[in-house]
Design a protein around this ligand. Structure first.
Ligand SMILES: [Zn+2]
Length: 282
């Protein structure tokens, strides 16, 4: 290892600067959304079986809610623009704009070149959890999803019920496309209910048993027309293992709700970024 330079302490002592100050980020009108969610009419429901995934559609201006039922269970969420599947949830930029874990008021941003809010989190019954003594939080955008390629890399063999495969099958079924085509549209997830962090000494990604209990839910407002897919992770509460049939797994419920007419005054679906896309050429 290289010896430290004489000014090492000074170099390490520079103050951290938040990369994207949230004060300049366009936020949702939370007062309007909270008022609108007082009178919601349920329009559809999907039960996601354990170790599997299901797709669901949410029109712009509606709410959708993911609820724990039967037992502690983590869900891996993908979101696409229903009219253009190449526009999808941008986990990395959402992490950079908000934080490693999301909560009420945070937004799920889409990929470039649109970079717009796809959904806004309007309720989270696990908001009380905050940051625990291990530095962990709930609903992360740091894990990518369990997948059979990493499983094969690390353990060998084939396992077909990782979240990546579950989401691929769900999208293929929803849009009538081959699963090998669908998997190219599956992307890094919001880890719903998952409790994760980075170890303090080695900064490695860790998971611990989710604090979610039946009845807990996270709720979103759709800022554009959405196609969603949710996988009930084979890791169950992700307290011990994943990418196998070893953990106890439970279903998850997805419900879509419509607010009352006139309850979103002045609201419009989020527009795509206004950047010219010339990138300085021409
Ligand atoms: Zn998973």
């Amino acid at each position: 290892m290289m010896p430290e330079p004489p000014d090492a302490a000074g170099r390490r002592g520079r103050p951290p600067v938040v990369v994207y100050p949230v004060g300049s980020l366009p936020g949702a009108d939370m007062a309007m959304l909270e008022a609108a969610r007082d009178a919601l009419a349920k329009v559809s429901e999907v039960i996601v079986p354990p170790r599997d995934a299901r797709a669901f559609s949410v029109p712009a201006g509606c709410f959708f809610r993911i609820t724990s039922i039967e037992g502690a269970q983590v869900g891996d969420l993908n979101l696409w623009n229903a009219a253009d599947l190449t526009e999808r949830f941008f986990s990395g930029k959402t992490r950079a704009l908000h934080a490693t874990h999301l909560g009420k008021g945070d937004r799920l941003w889409s990929t470039l070149p649109q970079l717009r809010p796809m959904a806004t989190i309007t309720w989270d019954t696990l908001g009380w959890y905050g940051w625990d003594a291990d530095g962990a939080g709930v609903h992360d955008v740091i894990g990518t999803r369990c997948d059979p390629y990493t499983h094969r890399l690390l353990s060998g063999g084939e396992y077909h019920h990782c979240c990546h495969s579950n989401l691929s099958r769900a999208l293929a079924a929803a849009r009538g496309m081959p699963v090998r085509e669908a998997e190219l549209l599956v992307h890094d997830v919001l880890n719903v209910f998952m409790c994760t962090g980075f170890t303090r000494d080695t900064h490695q990604y860790f998971m611990k048993a989710s604090p979610v209990r039946p009845g807990d839910f996270i709720e979103f407002f759709a800022e554009i027309d959405l196609l969603g897919a949710l996988s009930a992770c084979p890791g169950g509460d992700c307290g011990t293992t994943h990418s196998s049939d070893a953990a106890a797994c439970f279903p998850l419920k997805v419900e879509v709700f419509q607010p009352a007419a006139g309850s979103l005054p002045g609201w419009r679906p989020a527009p795509a970024s206004g950047y010219s896309r010339t990138h300085g050429v021409g």
